[in-house]
Design a protein around this ligand. Sequence first.
Ligand SMILES: *Cc1c(COP(=O)(O)O)cnc(C)c1O
Length: 220
Amino acid sequence: MIKDNLLKIKESLPNDVRLIAVSKTKPISLIKEAYGAGQLDFGENKVQELINKQPELSSDIRWHMIGHLQSNKVKYIAPFIHMIHGVDSFKLLNEINKQGKKHDRIINCLLQFHIAQESTKFGLDYESAKEIIENELFIEFKNVCICGVMGMATFTHQEEQVLSEFEYLHKIFIKLAKHPSISNSFKTVSMGMSNDYKLAINKGSNMVRIGSKIFGERIN
Ligand SMILES: *Cc1c(COP(=O)(O)O)cnc(C)c1O
């Protein structure tokens, strides 16, 4: 069933859009099933769950941390994490760089923006993102790669609202890409989930994070 879900979603994605299978709350057995169907990118939103699952699964899986990340927990995922989607402060980026250095790795990061109307969702605005990349220490960060942006739209059936939020994030991406502090690795626009990924792709997403459409509804 998971294989069929994956195939159906992949068929609907343009070639340049990467699919992250969001496996949070789902057991190892289901992740193995998706992996067996050729899926290599998986997303989790809790550090504890991620570090429980990672050693149980194949080492060629690319793990994406998609949830809010506290600086004091970066050390647990730094040895293996492929990409951290939720970078929303200089303090956090500084810590990721420090832990990357310790493990002799360059850790891929996305700047998370607050684009939704809900006040509970984490993220930067354009000005605070600019402050991060204009910080004088930023150019000395050799162990992080700022690869792009990430955001979550408002949870609503009003398509116009969702479309305008995705469009806004894409505009931020375009503006930041021209900033002198930003390298040409800045290519990723991570937006779109099970219920809105088609709208996100419409507005320039090239990375979608899909959970329930692959693994089924989550109970908690
Ligand atoms: C849970 C989650 C997703 C996937 O949500 P679905 O609606 O199940 O596709 C995507 N992104 C983030 C940040 C999430 O926390």
